[in-house]
Design a protein around this ligand. Sequence first.
Ligand code: NAP
Length: 336
Amino acid sequence: MSQSNRQIRLAARPQGECKPTDWEHVDAETRAPGEGEFAGVTKLISLDPAMRGWLNDVRSYIPPVGIGEVMRAGSIVEVTASNHPKFAVGDHVVGTFGVQSHVVSDGRGALRVDPSAAPLPTYLGALGMPGMTAYFGLLDVGALKGEGETVLVSGAAGAVGTMVGQIAKVKGARVVGIAGGPEKCAMLVGELGFDAAVDYRGDDVRGALRAATPDRVDVYFDNVGGDILDLALTRLNLKARIAICGAISQYNNETTVQGPANYLSLLVSRARMEGFVVFDYARQFPEAAAAIAGWIGEGRIVTKEHVVQGAIDDFPETLSMLFRGENVGKLVLQVA
Ligand code: NAP
């Protein structure tokens, strides 16, 4: 093969926010697939806040990306050549193929997706990892009972948050979202059916949250951590559950992570706070995907994707959009 494989590799471990010099843009050789392998061209790359964590050389649920390695990323490729029994030329396949234009894979962890059943970006959003995260974080970790309960979700206008709120509505709960800016808040209520939304960049956030949660909160699904987690801790009901999904407000901190000062409200409310990693539910993904696909089909869940048209080289700039709150729903880079 003569085509080159454009890659983004990690050049240096970022301190705070990622800088252009933390990345290396490389033209690597492509190769033909060997026995039991397929080759594919990348169409869509998933942008995830967790990527920032993967760049730190610390103990985590997954090893850090090594210096000089292709940046880890979920993506969808179209198969262009195959010696693999399960994947044929023309198939679309989702997997952790990295930020690169050309892929050769043995198929491990890869899954064929059907572009005629759902638009490709949906397989990285509502029907992909963020959808699974919302489903299991809310229903298993958050143990949502449904009607009569109030769910509060931060990062509510993002990939995971939009799904958390809508699944909670399907289950009959009252739903309150926290997001940045009046447009996102209006979208949550007007388009996605949330009962209320609080703009954390607005005035008197504490008062707005109190007004939006008259019956307090039974499940708090936390995507952002920091001050918002602290505030949510002041609104708990007896036996409330907090699902610690992420803490995007803390990912670029150069020194310490800000912990919750109000944690004693867990004692007062006999509440619990529990972290989770979606990959622990991998065996149950088909069950969740089938449920979510059903709700989409019934018109009870609206899928939200934010597709940036670009090239592999646009990955670093697109990633930083997440930390500036420039995305609505699942952020995806379309490269082919
Ligand atoms: P996302 O919500 O689509 O995008 C990130 C959003 O975070 C931005 O749009 C922005 O929205 C908000 N944000 C950025 N900086 C912020 C800050 N300083 N304070 C408050 N909000 C801020 O991302 P996602 O993919 O759905 O991920 C959401 C969270 O889930 C992340 O924390 C991620 O790490 C976590 N996650 C965890 C798992 C797991 O297995 N535990 C799996 C997937 C994702 P605003 O405009 O509203 O600020």
